[in-house]
Write a protein that binds this ligand. Structure first.
Ligand SMILES: [Cu+2]
Length: 317
């Protein structure tokens, strides 16, 4: 008491270490958020984990969230700390704080930190595009990234107003309105269109590829789970675009072989295989309406706008 009475002026209360306080609150919250993102949120993130490409997409979204959450939490913590501790109090001088212009440490930290984040995102994104063979996206007619091995199942996806059909060149070029795939075998989708621009989007497989007339757009994936998935057209393609969807199935490799052989045999017996246009990577749409005449005779089905149109599933043997 005596000492303070004799002091020339009341010394300013020592400033607490604001930086350390903010850091401690931030590190705890950021850690909790990242743990929640990884262990609680990630398993539920779309598009799920039904295929290699879907698994990678789920992983990518989770990693980006892991990186973004601490940044966002830092902004929130700093904002809350400012509101609580640095708000204007009665008796405060109406002066700005000391300028931080020229503070080398803060500048270097800012430039260094943001550079590391952006470069890391660039490297991560590039690896994640290449490692899962194009990440389930259409790579055009000459894919740069392919799955290892050569035991692909080739499936041609044909878009037309307003339906997808699927041809299997390794099974006599038979055609189905149902997409059936074997588990655990790399699939090569050859996506094309007979009329306008469509987009093949096998949602749970994490595959999306534009279907353009005259173009063979290649996408890869490997299914990792049995079960159903949905296929939607993802490009506005005319009045019934919204109705252009169907479903697919991932089945065991033996069930797939049985289905494919049975379908091929049934289409051979019915004459449909002969009536279908020969398998090509792209088709000339101007020829296709004429083929519809033959097909109509064979299967009794006519197509939209008089076009070539596929058989209905299931084809009974
Ligand atoms: Cu479409």
């Amino acid at each position: 008491m005596a000492e303070s009475q004799t002091a020339p002026a009341t010394p300013a209360k020592a400033e607490p270490n604001h930086g350390m306080r903010i850091f401690l609150v931030w590190i705890v919250l950021a850690l909790v958020a990242d743990l929640l993102i990884w262990f609680v949120w990630k398993p539920h993130l779309p598009p799920g984990d039904m295929s290699t490409s879907a698994q990678h997409q789920q992983f990518d979204i989770a990693v980006l969230a892991l990186a973004a959450a601490p940044v966002m939490i830092f902004v929130w913590v700093y904002f809350a700390y400012t509101l609580i501790f640095w708000r204007h109090k009665k008796g405060d001088e109406d002066e700005d704080g000391p300028p931080i212009f020229g503070h080398t440490g803060i500048q270097a930290t800012w430039i260094g930190g943001t550079a590391v984040i952006v470069l890391a995102a660039f490297v991560f994104g590039t690896v994640e595009l290449i490692a899962p063979a194009g990440a389930g996206a259409g790579e055009g007619p000459n894919p740069v990234w392919k799955p290892s091995g050569s035991n692909y199942l080739q499936v041609q996806v044909i878009g037309q107003q307003w339906q997808f059909t699927y041809r299997y060149p390794q099974f006599g070029g038979m055609e189905s309105t149902q997409l059936v795939l074997p588990n655990n075998r790399p699939i090569q989708f050859n996506v094309t269109s007979l009329d306008v621009i469509h987009s093949f989007w096998a949602y749970q497989l994490g595959v999306k590829a534009d279907a353009n007339p005259g173009v063979n757009n290649v996408a890869y994936t490997t299914a990792k789970q049995l079960g159903g998935f949905t296929v939607r057209c993802n490009e506005l393609c005319g009045i019934w675009h919204g109705a252009m969807f169907n479903s697919g199935q991932v089945v065991s490799p033996t069930a797939f072989q049985t289905w494919a052989h049975l379908t091929e045999a049934a289409e051979a017996r019915s004459g449909l295989l002969r009536a279908l246009p020969p398998y090509r990577l792209v088709y000339d749409p101007t020829v296709i309406p004429q083929l519809g005449v033959t097909l109509t005779k064979v299967s009794g089905i006519t197509g939209a706008a008089g076009y070539y149109y596929p058989p209905q599933d299931p084809v009974t043997p």
